[in-house]
Design a protein. Structure first.
Length: 461
């Protein structure tokens, strides 16, 4: 069967829209059902705000777990796209087979490690005596089902890179709908509280994972999951290619954890938990920006990789241009939403005035420079799509390092409640640095590929 989109011949503007919009919507729904989890938890009678702080501690650890699927999925899918652009289907199948095995093994290892160290991990990352029981309950149940989260998210990238953006979106929507249906049933109907929220998430991921695997094992995609052809050298190359997006997500999680630790340290007993709760609410809104935007830039990586493999450099440049346009439009809309709708968003979690005021301020401050953030995402993910790992890793590491420094310094200079200004400051500086690197290096990268392709003798003919 033919794919939904032909990455090498379709109009680039239409192609970017058809791949990026479903991916954006899928990630928007994905973060929505994570937020729904938190909304229900925040409204549990008597313990809502404290339980929400506990689950907020788990949030970055959960993201860190799923980032391993991104490491392999985004590491393997651009390589597979390049091989498809070279019309080398056999090698494309071998790449997917290696990636599938890596995800299974990595998921099992992560589950075992987290279960063994979760108590000191949660306490180290900002849990207090009051919030630890809720964090521990959520973390235990989620970790046991992490295999399904890693496979559903990681293997979904291999659906997108073959042009089936709508199928990839449906897989996420299936999980979201299951989660939103199960949340109130398990949390309130069966009186499971935080445990019900975690179980609902795991069961939703099982449903999403089943859909993804049934599709990739089925007859429809040109490249399907197979077994055999395992190669350590190829696995290392996948890990190196996916290292940049993994570092981005992993360091994002680490920085959220560090932020919770900073808030607890400077806030002290009681107020520290309140600050963590407000940060959890603000971070929930910020995820509604970064995850969908990452979905857009990530979904267009196969377009860049395919045309880079086919040495169609005008299409590579055009793909990056239209991706940036979409990201800028999206961030403009979300900036307006942050300043106009944040009080309504915060009220979904709590109606306590002391929590609302600080949460609204944090949302407005953190979203001040999301337009430059769109430039950063487009450039870094563009380099990753072309398998130009060293540029992507360098830019990602620079941004995270600068953010960590600002996170520590800002409270010392202006007080703990102004720590949220670190986000817009870093977004602006990082975008400027990324633009400088892009203009200096991208042309050289494309010309090098043209020489390499000419020496290959155009294998598609």
């Amino acid at each position: 069967m033919s794919r939904e989109n032909n990455l090498g011949t379709d109009s680039m503007r239409g192609l970017v829209v058809r791949l990026a919009i479903p991916a954006m919507l899928a990630q928007f729904v994905n973060v929505l059902y994570s937020i729904v989890d938190r909304i229900f938890i925040g409204n549990i009678p008597k313990i809502g705000e404290t339980a929400l702080a506990g689950v907020g501690i788990c949030g970055p650890i959960v993201t860190l777990i799923t980032s391993f699927s991104i490491w392999i999925g985004i590491g393997g899918s651009p390589l597979m796209s390049i091989k498809m652009g070279e019309n080398n289907r056999k090698e494309a199948e071998r790449i997917m087979a290696n990636c599938f095995l890596m995800m299974v093994l990595m998921a099992l290892a992560i589950t075992l490690i987290i279960i063994c160290i979760k108590k000191p991990l949660l306490m180290l990352f900002g849990a207090s005596a009051a919030t630890f029981p809720y964090a521990n309950t959520y973390m235990t149940i989620y970790t046991i089902g992490s295999l399904f989260a890693i496979l559903s998210m990681g293997m979904n990238t291999f659906i997108i890179c073959q042009g089936y953006a709508k199928i990839a979106m449906i897989s996420v929507i299936i999980g979201a709908i299951c989660n939103m249906i199960l949340d109130p049933i398990l949390i309130f109907g069966m009186h499971m509280g935080v445990a019900g929220a975690a179980l609902a998430t795991v069961l939703a991921q099982v449903a999403s994972c089943a859909f993804v695997l049934l599709f990739l094992f089925g007859p429809r995609p040109p490249v399907r999951i197979t077994f055999g052809g395992y190669d350590r050298t190829l696995m290392v190359r996948v890990l190196l290619t996916g290292l940049s997006p993994f570092i981005i997500v992993a360091l994002d999680s680490g920085l959220i954890i560090a932020m919770n630790m900073v808030l607890q340290h400077y806030g002290g007993p009681g107020y520290g938990d309140q600050l963590v709760t407000c940060h959890t609410i603000a971070q929930s809104f910020f995820l509604m920006i970064t995850l969908p935007m990452g979905g857009m830039t990530g979904s267009t990586q196969p377009i860049l990789g395919f045309n880079y493999g086919a040495c169609q450099m005008d299409r590579v440049r055009s793909g990056q241009k239209y991706t940036l346009y979409l990201c800028l439009i999206f961030t403009i809309i979300m900036m307006l939403a942050a300043h106009l709708l944040s009080p309504y968003f915060v009220r979904l979690f709590t109606d306590e005035a002391q929590y609302m005021d600080l949460s609204i301020k944090a949302i407005k401050v953190m979203t001040l420079m999301i337009l430059p953030l769109a430039v950063q995402y487009t450039i870094v993910d563009g380099f990753t799509g072309l398998s130009a790992v060293r540029y992507a890793i360098t830019l990602s590491t620079f941004r995270k390092t600068l953010y960590f420094i600002c996170m520590v310094v800002f409270p010392l200079l202006w007080g703990i409640e102004n720590v949220f200004f670190a986000e817009p400051f870093v977004d602006l500086i990082s975008a400027l640095v990324s633009m400088a690197v892009y203009y200096k290096c991208m042309g050289k990268l494309l010309r090098r590929r043209e020489i390499q392709y000419a020496n290959m003798g155009n294998p598609s003919k």
